[in-house]
Design a protein around this ligand. Structure first.
Ligand SMILES: Nc1nc2c(ncn2[C@@H]2O[C@H](COP(=O)(O)OP(=O)(O)OP(=O)(O)O)[C@@H](O)[C@H]2O)c(=O)[nH]1
Length: 342
């Protein structure tokens, strides 16, 4: 994306991490979480000299997610420094390890430098040097102040522009995260939904890591009776508490999702069927013992569970889902409130 938008601007899309020459500046920026002023450098786009300001951006977990990049117009910047009676050179030292000339109007380019002073910029430095000897120090101090002012104004301008872009970018990232969160969350129980579980299962089955995982299919027993006896709102409340109890009995690496209606699926990462049975038994007992309160009523429920273990890539998704469905059916057939392992 380029900003401001224009027909002649387009991103060149190179990967900064892959450019060896840029690696130092890139990692400095990410490490310091501060912007880095690079330059002057020749632009890949048009061979013109420019200052490049890179601002690292991070997501809400502070993971690096890319750079916002501002590019200056050095020609107009340099022309603003053009004092007719003074001959001087401005060089930039940047974290990529390069020193390049920004501006040089000295008639004798190889002549002796008589004054040098530095201006620090984020993660870098600018060097100003003068070669004419007959200027008085008062004039030099004015120039020095003027140059500081220009660099300051330049940085301020870029900072303001970057700040606007950061806010815009944060807004986009936040709303993307929110949309993602919403599209993967079950509205009633606030646990993951079927879409999320399907994606998770697909990722697990496509991973080429020889681990054994377990998948459990949980179904609340006689749930229709809850709705019929206490009403749909009571049923909703039971579903919410049921999901909370399950979440509280699993590890953070496991995934618990509402599959639909009163059916839930539990994925247990790196867990064989014996370990998974313990988890399921814990859930089964917690549900059985929990008094589900709704108004003046205490509702007692139980759950049936079908369980299986699998090891991608040997096992196929469809077969595993069929297995837990069959196992759940056996639990229902065997009187409910029990676990069947297939
Ligand atoms: N309150 C509420 N009920 C739901 C929701 N989704 C599905 N149901 C109800 O869940 C009930 C499921 O009933 P059944 O499939 O017959 O299963 P069951 O009564 O639990 O019987 P078994 O599974 O055989 O033990 C139906 O009455 C659905 O209307 C929901 O979001 N909220």
């Amino acid at each position: 994306m380029t900003y401001p938008h224009s027909d002649v601007n387009s991103p060149i899309g190179h990967n900064l991490n892959r450019l060896k020459k840029r690696k130092k500046g890139v990692s400095l920026s990410i490490k310091s979480k501060n912007f880095t002023l690079i330059g002057p450098v020749k632009l890949i786009q048009n061979d013109k000299l420019a200052f490049i300001l890179r601002l690292p951006i991070f997501d809400s977990n502070m993971n690096f997610s890319g750079f916002i990049i501002a590019i200056s117009d050095i020609n107009s910047f340099a022309n603003n420094l053009n004092f007719k009676s003074l001959f001087y050179k401005v060089e930039g030292f940047n974290p990529d390890g390069e020193i390049l000339t920004i501006f040089d109007n000295r008639p004798n380019k190889s002549g002796d430098i008589v004054n040098v002073f530095n201006v620090g910029v984020p993660n870098g430095q600018l060097v100003f040097s003068r070669s004419k000897i007959d200027d008085n120090s008062f004039k030099l101090n004015i120039i020095r102040g003027f140059l500081y002012l220009i660099v300051g104004a330049f940085l301020f301008y870029i900072y303001k522009r970057e700040h606007k872009l950061i806010l815009k970018n944060r807004l986009i990232i936040d709303s993307n995260n929110m949309l993602k969160q919403v599209s993967f969350t079950d509205e009633l129980t606030k646990v993951a939904n079927r879409r999320y579980m399907n994606e998770k299962i697909e990722i697990i089955f496509s991973a080429d890591i020889p681990l054994t995982h377990s998948l459990a299919f949980l179904d609340i027993d006689h749930f229709k009776k809850v709705n019929d006896t206490y009403g749909h709102d009571a049923g909703d409340e039971v579903l919410k508490i049921f999901a909370d109890i399950c979440i509280n009995n699993i590890r953070s690496t496991d995934v618990f999702a509402r599959w639909g209606g009163e059916e839930f699926i539990l994925f247990m990462d790196d867990t064989n069927k014996d370990q998974a049975e313990e988890v399921c038994l814990r859930i089964l007992t917690a549900i059985e013992q929990h008094p589900f309160l709704f108004g003046d009523h205490t509702i007692r429920i139980t759950t049936s569970i079908g369980l299986t273990e699998f090891s991608p890539p040997n096992d196929q998704i469809e077969a595993v889902l069929k297995h837990i469905d069959k196992a759940l059916y056996c639990s229902k057939k065997n009187g409910r409130n029990c676990i069947t392992i297939l």
